[in-house]
Design a protein around this ligand. Structure first.
Ligand code: IPM
Ligand code: MG
Length: 369
């Protein structure tokens, strides 16, 4: 390969459940992309989650963290499963690996695109008549603050009974930086931004709303609106087409993005990017499917690899700035869906559907590239 060809170091953390099998397809698609575009990746595979507990005794081993530190980006599969559910909460794959990774690398900006393709309307639980032509939402979720990490956190005995405490804490600067990410995302789309909060009850939300309003004049072209989170949850199933970019705090974002994912047709379609501040145009990031490890279907070769493949595409877009390659991945997925290829989660039995497994979907996407 030419000496001047861009090379990116990727830490590959496939994890548990369907993680390894969908990751295999994402890496095969990445191989095909590298054949077409002038860049290469150097990949280091590492244990994470339950697999790491089994092999190394903890969910996020030091070697894995070191490989992530040496990398330009982390491509993440999924972690967790019934095998590890009886461990103490802090040692479980989710809290023992994913949350520490987010905190360690300050991955505060979680971008979750929710796209319901017109061909997948029938897979959405929302009535077709409410979403003619599908929809395209981007949820910007704050990922390193709020109740997930707020101190004090406590579970124990006080005054003769069991009590538990979580703290919803935000610094103004934390809200400001996610606001900028959201406004910038809105600038690149339809210039509509809906900030979701609970400012009628929560002090943290009062500040959140103030910060959004204070930042807004820096983006005069963006139309900013506010919505209470209970209403947003309702509006998402009633009329998702009203949204373009949404921005919200960590816990609200966790809940709303699961809702957003399912109304798109399948959890198996949605990628995500968790970004920290980058140098110049390139962000350090962790890229993972929005769905979980799906232990019930793991190892059967039937899981939908699209979310993992699109997550790899987001990695090319944000951490590598290989925009043409990222566009090619997105376009190949759309072409394959339009051609009728369906894994089990997407199938509705409609005429023209081509039923495929994990490998078949990967093959179709590679062919479409
Ligand atoms: C997500 C997940 C995680 C979260 C869990 C696995 C800790 O639900 O990424 O949405 O709550 O953030
Ligand atoms: Mg979640």
């Amino acid at each position: 390969m030419p000496a001047n060809m861009n090379t990116y170091k990727i830490a590959v953390l496939a994890g548990d459940g369907i993680g390894p099998e969908v990751m295999e397809e994402a890496l095969r698609v990445l191989d095909a992309v590298e054949q077409k575009f002038a860049f290469r990746t150097e990949r280091t595979a590492c244990y994470v989650g339950g697999a790491a507990i089994d092999h190394c005794g903890k969910a996020l081993p030091a070697e894995t963290l070191a490989a992530c530190e040496a990398a330009d980006a982390i491509l993440f599969g999924s972690v967790g499963g019934p095998k590890w559910d009886s461990l103490p909460p802090n040692e479980r794959p989710e809290r023992g690996a994913l949350l520490p990774l987010r905190k360690h690398f300050s991955l505060y900006a979680n971008l979750r695109p929710g796209i319901c393709l017109p061909e997948l309307l029938d897979a959405s639980p929302v009535k077709n008549s409410l979403i003619p032509g599908g929809f395209d939402i981007l949820c910007v979720r704050e990922l390193t603050g709020g109740m997930y990490f707020g101190e004090p956190k406590f579970y124990g005995e006080r005054e003769g009974e069991t009590v538990a405490l979580d703290t919803l804490f935000y610094k103004r600067s934390e809200v400001e930086r996610i606001a900028h990410v959201a406004f910038q995302a809105a600038m690149g789309r339809s210039k509509r931004l809906c900030s979701v909060d609970k400012a009628n009850v929560l002090a943290s939300s009062v500040m959140w709303r103030e910060v959004m309003n204070d930042i807004a004049p820096q983006y005069p072209e963006v139309q900013l609106t506010h919505m209470y989170v209970d209403n947003a949850a309702m509006q998402l199933v009633r009329n998702p087409q009203q949204f373009d970019v949404m921005v919200t705090e960590n816990t609200f974002g966790d809940i709303l993005t699961d809702e957003m994912a399912v109304i798109c047709g399948s959890l198996g379609m949605l990628p995500s990017a968790s970004l920290s501040n980058g140098s110049g145009e390139c962000f350090f990031g962790l890229y993972e499917p929005s769905g979980g490890s799906a232990p019930d279907i793991a190892g059967q070769g039937i899981a939908n690899p699209v979310a993992q493949i699109l997550s790899m595409g987001m990695m090319l877009r944000y951490s590598c700035r290989e925009t043409a390659a990222a566009d090619a991945v997105d376009a190949a997925v759309r072409r394959v869906i339009a051609a009728g290829y369906r894994t089990g989660d997407l199938a509705t039995g409609a005429p023209g559907e081509i039923r495929v497994g994990t490998r078949g979907m990967g093959d179709a996407i590679i062919a479409a590239l």
